[in-house]
Design a binder for this molecule. Structure first.
Ligand SMILES: Nc1ncnc2c1ncn2[C@@H]1O[C@H](COP(=O)(O)OP(=O)(O)OP(=O)(O)O)[C@@H](O)[C@H]1O
Length: 569
């Protein structure tokens, strides 16, 4: 009886909240009758059973209805389908949609005037198999969390004003689902790597950024004395050089300096927190506890410097890796940096950061699970472990890491330097595709940044030399590790202390014994020696002490790609 009453008050509330200029449904929704099942005769109402007041579907379509999303549907506890398409409804899609339409399987709000962002909470509608939001005025990013809707069969957001990457749904939808949103990218549309190649898209994004930062930049250009800015730049320049010099030592000074630079960046990044919340969903501690079997020791994948990583399984079968940070403030900065960098980046060669959780003292980062673990463990298997990756796979991995780094350095709307590339932070998915992880040391700037506090990053020479070439160096070490199978610490020492074998790329293969001394013995004589030597030469370029002489990641990526394709069909 209580359910019946709530269904009736649900329909009453919908009737009251909508403007029905052509009297398409209101006159038929007559609440004077009180017999069981009377609401089932209402126009657009379908019940579970004609003799009971339990609403199954509400279909009010093509009626010229005006008003906002009828939040009263929350009282229709048994509602599974809501079709309000082809009306003139406006305003936002409610952010508490997952409570309002808890058991919904079909939601059709297409061809209306709904505006604002698509709420990420839609991803909590776990029974949803049809979501139609096309032909509205929706803006912003499509929440990547929508990819968690594992029952979804129909999906359309065509003809809105959305931008950014499309969600990585398991079964992908075709282009028509996304058409008419000039800023969207990623399969089945143009790859996001070309996001800035189209002038319209560029205009769209830059317009957005410029509007946000123009006030700040105008103020800073005219009000901050030039001398002051110059001195500050000099100081920051010194910071960065110190940072690079001391980073190798991993000493206290390095930590202090990096902290100062990070604080500056965090200050800048904090302006965009609202956008980040759209990208990385906040997950509940209770759900994550359940998914890891109460953080059971059996679920531990590994223990790093910052915390313990657990394998987790969601009720829908999705596999996650959850990094539970040790309870110390020391890692707060890493935690935030990881969220603010990796959280907004989506690329095939970056590990997807799906969410985070902060509850009392707990800080957790949630990633997609990479079933082949990290590259380091494959190159340095424990005794008795039968792990081996052959040369073609190694080149493919190198090529993928380079591709990811090129994207970070040059091709996205944010320029990012990782600053901690190593074989441990290269994760491998089920196909051994490499995914860069661990962005806790990373730095990020907008590519059209005009903010004075970051103007030193616009000094291309400084940015390239201080940071980008640091990533190139670390990538070179990973390449050497792939070629030699040696521990990275050994390689770092060799190149820093002047081992000519590793520092000099111009080794003559026909005469040199050095090359064969250092190469991983298991790779020799399998038809790839010349190719290995060429990659070795690339690695030596990357690790040369003179930063100026190191190639860019774009050059490295092209060279590896060319070497790779020369010998393969
Ligand atoms: N998304 C993931 N999927 C599968 N395994 C992962 C994932 N993320 C991390 N791991 C594994 O969990 C372990 C711990 O990772 P973590 O990043 O904490 O430590 P690390 O890589 O040793 O780095 P550090 O010690 O610098 O923190 C590593 O063995 C790593 O391979």
């Amino acid at each position: 009886m209580e359910d019946n009453n709530s269904n009736i008050s649900c329909l009453k509330s919908i009737k009251d909240s909508l403007d029905d200029p052509h009297d398409s449904f209101k006159s038929s929704w007559n609440f004077n009758n009180n017999t069981e099942g009377f609401i089932c005769d209402f126009v657009g109402v379908e019940c579970w059973h004609v003799y009971s007041n339990e609403v199954l579907k509400i279909r009010l379509t093509n009626m010229g209805l005006k008003g906002e999303f009828p939040r009263g549907v929350a009282d229709c506890k048994t509602l599974m389908g809501l079709d309000l398409s082809n009306n003139e409804l406006s305003g936002p899609i409610p952010s508490n949609i997952s409570r309002i339409f808890q058991y919904g399987t079909e939601l059709d709000l297409s061809s209306n005037r709904f505006s604002g962002n698509i709420p990420k909470q839609i991803s909590n509608l776990s029974f949803l198999n049809a979501l139609k939001l096309d032909n509205n005025q929706l803006t912003g990013l499509i929440p990547p969390e929508l990819a968690l809707l594992d029952r979804i069969k129909q999906f359309s957001v065509a003809n809105n004003k959305l931008y950014g990457p499309v969600p990585n749904f398991g079964p992908s939808f075709n282009e028509s689902s996304y058409a008419g949103n000039p800023g969207l990218c990623g399969f089945p549309l143009e790859p996001c790597i070309n996001f800035f190649s189209d002038s319209f898209k560029r205009g769209f994004i830059i317009g957005y950024m410029v509007s946000v930062f123009s006030v700040i930049s105008i103020f800073m250009s005219y009000c901050v004395p030039w001398v002051h800015r110059n001195e500050r730049n000099k100081m920051l320049r010194q910071f960065m050089l110190n940072l690079i010099l001391s980073r190798r030592n991993k000493g206290e000074h390095s930590h202090q300096t990096s902290k100062l630079v990070h604080l500056d960046l965090l200050h800048e990044a904090s302006r965009e927190t609202s956008m980040l919340v759209q990208l990385v969903s906040r997950m509940s501690y209770a759900d994550l506890t359940e998914a890891t079997n109460n953080f059971s020791a059996d679920n531990i994948i590994g223990i790093g410097q910052m915390g313990t990583t657990y394998k987790a399984t969601l009720p829908n079968g999705w596999l996650l890796a959850i990094k539970r940070l040790f309870d110390t403030q020391k890692f707060d900065e890493h935690f935030i940096t990881e969220l603010k960098t990796l959280g907004r980046l989506r690329h095939d060669n970056l590990v997807p950061l799906l969410g985070f959780c902060i509850e009392s003292k707990e800080k957790l980062l949630v990633y997609r699970y990479m079933s082949n673990g990290n590259l380091y463990d494959w190159l340095h298997p424990a005794e008795g472990e039968a792990k081996f990756i052959d040369w073609p796979l190694r080149v493919n991995i190198a090529h993928g890491i380079a591709r990811g780094l090129v994207w970070l350095h040059q091709n996205c709307n944010f320029r990012v330097v990782h600053l901690d590339i190593c074989s441990k932070c290269i994760l491998l998915d089920q196909n051994f595709e490499p995914k860069i992880s661990n962005f806790g040391e990373a730095m990020l700037i907008k590519s059209n940044n005009t903010d004075w506090s970051s103007s030193f990053y616009k000094d291309t020479e400084l940015w390239e030399l201080s940071f980008v070439k640091e990533d190139v160096y670390h990538f070179g070490i990973v390449l050497l590790e792939l070629i030699t199978g040696a521990e990275p610490s050994k390689l770092t020492n060799s190149s820093d202390t002047g081992d000519e074998t590793l520092r000099n790329g111009s080794i003559d293969l026909s005469t040199s014994t050095n090359f064969y001394d250092v190469i991983d013995k298991s790779l020799i004589g399998r038809g790839f020696d010349t190719e290995i030597f060429k990659i070795f030469s690339v690695a030596c370029h990357c690790v040369q002490p003179n930063r100026d002489g190191r190639p860019t990641m774009l050059e490295v990526h092209k060279t590896i790609g060319a070497i790779w394709s020369q010998n393969r069909p």
